[in-house]
Design a protein around this ligand. Structure first.
Ligand SMILES: Nc1ncnc2c1ncn2[C@@H]1O[C@H](COP(=O)(O)OP(=O)(O)OP(=O)(O)O)[C@@H](O)[C@H]1O
Ligand SMILES: [Mg+2]
Length: 275
């Protein structure tokens, strides 16, 4: 009884977000705009302290910064998992609050650091049992992303059961499956929170290629930890303590002596490239 009551409490919890949007979002062109956005998970503690930036259609924007800077929070806000306290977030010139939640989220694919897979086959983990996605599409996507060989090397190939939470795969391999899942849904906007944990060289290479393919031609926001991803981005946003401290391309930012990005690069990546 006690357990049941707890479950009902959870079921009764009202969503923090009120789905008042009346516009069914049309297929996005992919222009993203944050205008002086303020947000805190708790009312007395702002974690996003007035952030403004733009992502043009087709562009890849990389967000870098220290842990706790607010990078993942930006993703939560774009998907409207939380309501902001000030400013506006617009996609294609329309405040995202005007869009119905379903139509907004349907067009944004998210690949998180920690990928969740179901105790099911790889195939079903890719399509999520969506009958509109055909087998041919899945195989074509696997070719495009460059992971078909890896999947075929598993016992049963696409019908390999990954078991609870994808326990049979490494974290890099789980992220590759998530790439495929995102790719077949053909989202207008892609969000990628790169895994920080170390990944074997083979998966690393596959992930780099997959990232390139999946971000091509669609607006992408990548919380980047890999130098290769950062260098290829059209724009880098450097965050610190809830604010944007620098913005520009890799080379522009490297040329700022005493810059935040330059320091980050010197401490984190210079050693990496020397190796
Ligand atoms: N659900 C939450 N409830 C309350 N505070 C949170 C929540 N999620 C994050 N925070 C706080 O908000 C701030 C920004 O967190 P966020 O996760 O956006 O950082 P991040 O830049 O993604 O860090 P990392 O590089 O470690 O992933 C941190 O101070 C964090 O403690
Ligand atoms: Mg994060």
């Amino acid at each position: 009884m006690i357990a049941a009551n707890r479950v009902f409490d959870v079921l009764d919890t009202e969503d923090q977000i009120q789905d008042k949007g009346t516009i069914a979002a049309p297929e996005f062109v992919g222009k993203i705009e944050f205008q002086n956005v303020h947000f805190g998970y708790n009312p007395d503690e702002e974690v996003i302290k007035g952030i403004s930036f733009q992502g043009k259609p087709g562009e890849t924007v990389a967000i870098v910064g220290a842990t706790g800077a607010g990078k993942s929070t930006i993703i939560n806000l774009l998907n409207r998992f939380y309501e902001i306290n000030g400013g506006a977030i617009c996609i294609d010139g329309q405040n995202i609050q005007e869009y119905s939640l379903d139509s907004l989220r349907m067009q944004i694919a998210v690949v998180l650091q920690d990928v969740f897979l179901f105790a099911d086959t790889i195939y079903n983990n890719i399509t999520l049992h969506n009958p509109a996605i055909t087998e041919a599409q899945v195989y074509a996507a696997a070719d495009k992303i460059g992971v078909r060989d890896f999947i075929m090397s598993l016992p049963g190939g696409f019908h390999y059961n990954v078991k609870e939470r994808g326990a049979m795969l490494s974290s890099g391999q789980r992220q590759l499956i998530a790439f495929l899942r995102a790719y077949v849904s053909n989202p207008s906007i892609l969000i990628l929170d790169e895994a920080t944990s170390s990944i074997d060289t083979y998966s690393e290479e596959l992930i780099q290629k997959a990232t390139e393919t999946i971000t091509k031609g669609r607006t992408s926001i990548v919380i980047a930890h890999r130098l290769a991803t950062i260098v290829k981005a059209d724009k880098i946003i450097v965050m610190d303590k809830g604010l944007i401290v620098e913005e520009g391309s890799h080379f522009e930012l490297l040329n700022k002596t005493e810059g935040y990005y330059k320091k980050l690069y010197d401490s984190q990546f210079l050693a990496e490239t020397k190796i």
